[in-house]
Design a protein around this ligand. Structure first.
Ligand code: SF4
Length: 288
């Protein structure tokens, strides 16, 4: 990647740093850095220019141009590390969460292998699991290196019609996702991966109704495998959603207190910020 320029945006409150990188004239990608609770160092990178999924709930990406190359992923990481004077790869998790659907990228297995070779301690794959991408996920899980592979699947809703209506492509069914997660979990055990929980992410807004208890029961979700993450929607793409009120949020308190590890509040200026009610992932084992 011949980087033309980059700009940095700092968020003093949330201690995050966002990077806007111009990689071709007029073509921008986004990366970021965030210290979770002051100890987990996370570099987030884009995996594509644009995205085919085009989620309507909280994303303004409504075009797709191309996959990023392995070296373009590494270049984003290098720029963040050099700018912020970060030196030790073993302290850092790489989160494939910015622009793009990571499992769409034809280079994704090579990218994760390279991150393993570079000794980053973990890679987090945030995906909505579009149809046709599942084999790449299974290939990633077969990488036998030491890197932790953390998986976050964006389900958006407990209703498959609503889930598919929120994107511009066909996503895997909940039944298929459950099957894949079982395989992923068993691979994690087989290869003795340290992290073997899968975060299922939902997006809630004032008009939505999500029956979490029914969902957990229907799909027989084992909380040894799954964690839950709830995200408050930010209106985008011309559709009007109302941010979840405090009152309705409190109705979901049972799931937050019993099953959840994080709440992402779209009202924040930052894309991802823990809410007061966050239950840290490290505390979850005490709850189960
Ligand atoms: S998958 Fe990610 S980048 Fe793509 S449209 Fe959805 S939120 Fe945006």
């Amino acid at each position: 990647m011949k980087l033309i320029s980059y700009k940095i945006f700092k968020d003093a409150v949330n201690k995050s740093v966002q990077f806007k990188m111009e990689i071709e004239p007029g073509v921008y990608i986004f990366s970021g850095y965030w210290e979770k609770k002051g100890f987990e160092k996370i570099i987030s990178v884009s995996t594509q220019v644009g995205c085919k999924t085009q989620c309507k709930l909280f994303c303004n990406v409504n075009y797709f141009s191309r996959d990023l190359l392995v070296e373009e992923i590494l270049e984003q990481i290098n720029i963040v590390m050099q700018t912020l004077n970060l030196r030790n790869n073993e302290d850092i998790k790489i989160s494939l969460v910015k622009e793009g659907e990571p499992l769409d990228n034809v280079n994704i297995v090579k990218i994760v292998k390279k991150l393993d070779e570079k000794k980053f301690y973990a890679v987090k794959i945030s995906t909505s699991l579009p149809e046709g991408t599942e084999q790449r996920l299974l290939d990633i899980c077969d990488i036998k290196g030491s890197i932790e592979i953390q998986l976050q699947i964006s389900l958006s809703s407990d209703n498959e019609v609503v889930r598919n209506d929120n994107v511009s492509r066909k996503l895997l069914s909940f039944d298929d996702i459950k099957l894949i997660c079982d395989v992923v979990y068993n691979k994690a055990i087989k290869y003795n991966k340290k992290y073997n929980k899968i975060a299922l992410s939902f997006t809630i807004y004032e008009e939505s109704i999500i029956d979490f208890k029914g969902f957990i029961h229907k799909y027989n979700l084992n909380n040894k495998i799954f964690l839950f993450r709830i995200r408050n929607a930010t209106p985008s793409n011309g559709r009007e959603y109302t941010m979840l009120s405090e009152e309705k949020f409190n109705k979901y308190r049972y799931i937050i207190e019993k099953y959840m590890y994080t709440f992402i509040d779209g009202r924040s200026e930052q894309l991802a910020v823990d809410h007061d009610l966050t239950i840290g992932i490290y505390k979850l084992s005490e709850l189960l």
